[in-house]
Design a protein around this ligand. Structure first.
Ligand code: ADP
Ligand code: MG
Length: 225
């Protein structure tokens, strides 16, 4: 599903150039639960953002379901980010003055969310176990609960692909396990491809697909069991 071909990414910081990825090639199978695993600074986030079209490679290309991200027009890239990809970040990225339901609806609030979208948002919050927190604001929610809101927000658009950057990075062990289980459920039930960036090997299970990365270069991936 995601075919990364010879991708190099150089970040330019003032006079210095940082090679974040060096000729990386890998494939993430459709419908898989995959990890991008590597130490801090190895290029994991860079690779994930390139897959989500939040950034562009310096060279190389990424094909998603056979479609080249490089060849997409600006409106096509926009539609891909908006409709196909659900992003989840370490820091939850919720808006402080909105309750849980509105935070799920954020992508639609500007144009006015429909009653149906609002109902779906409530159902998704129920599904992630937050039925008693619908009118809570982020400050009234634990870290694990905030990440559940972020997951519900990502699920509202029924994405084909979920990209999660260290989604358990700010959570304790129990909450981390619950959030990963929730993401695994999304993968199983809706055949959504889920790619999770982490530096913690302990999250990985035998059936997961792993892309190992170190110093911007790939290690040997494991096959799907
Ligand atoms: N916007 C940026 N500008 C300059 N350097 C960057 C930028 N983003 C990442 N880098 C550098 O690229 C390398 C890989 O970063 P990153 O992809 O964030 O790694 P990881 O997510 O594995 O910690 C690091 O050396 C980092 O400092
Ligand atoms: Mg990172």
């Amino acid at each position: 599903m995601i075919d990364v071909r010879q991708v190099t990414k150089i970040h330019v910081r003032g006079q210095t150039q940082v090679y974040a990825l060096r000729e990386v090639s890998c494939q993430i199978p459709a419908g898989s639960f995959s990890f991008i695993l590597g130490p801090s600074g190895s290029g994991k986030s860079t690779l994930l953002y390139l897959m989500g079209c939040l950034d562009e490679p310096t060279s190389g290309d990424i094909l998603v379901n056979g479609k080249s991200l490089k060849a997409m027009s600006i409106p096509e890239k926009d539609a891909y980010r908006r409709h196909d990809v659900g992003f989840i970040f370490q820091s939850f990225n919720l808006l402080a003055n909105l309750d849980a339901v509105d935070n799920v609806l954020v992508p639609y609030l500007a144009r006015g969310a429909t009653a149906r979208q609002r109902q779906e948002a409530i159902e998704l919050l129920q599904r992630v176990g937050l039925q008693d927190r619908l009118d809570h604001r982020p400050s009234q929610l634990s870290g694990g609960e905030q990440q559940r809101v972020a997951i519900a927000r990502a699920l509202l658009k029924k994405p084909k692909l979920i990209l999660a950057d260290e989604p358990t990075g700010e959570l304790d062990t129990t909450n981390s396990a619950q959030i990963l289980e929730l993401l695994r459920e999304c993968c199983r039930e809706a055949q959504t491809t889920v790619v999770v960036v982490t530096h913690e090997q302990e999250h990985v299970r035998d059936t997961d697909y792993i892309v190992r990365i170190r110093d911007g270069k790939l290690g040997v991936p494991s096959p799907v069991v």
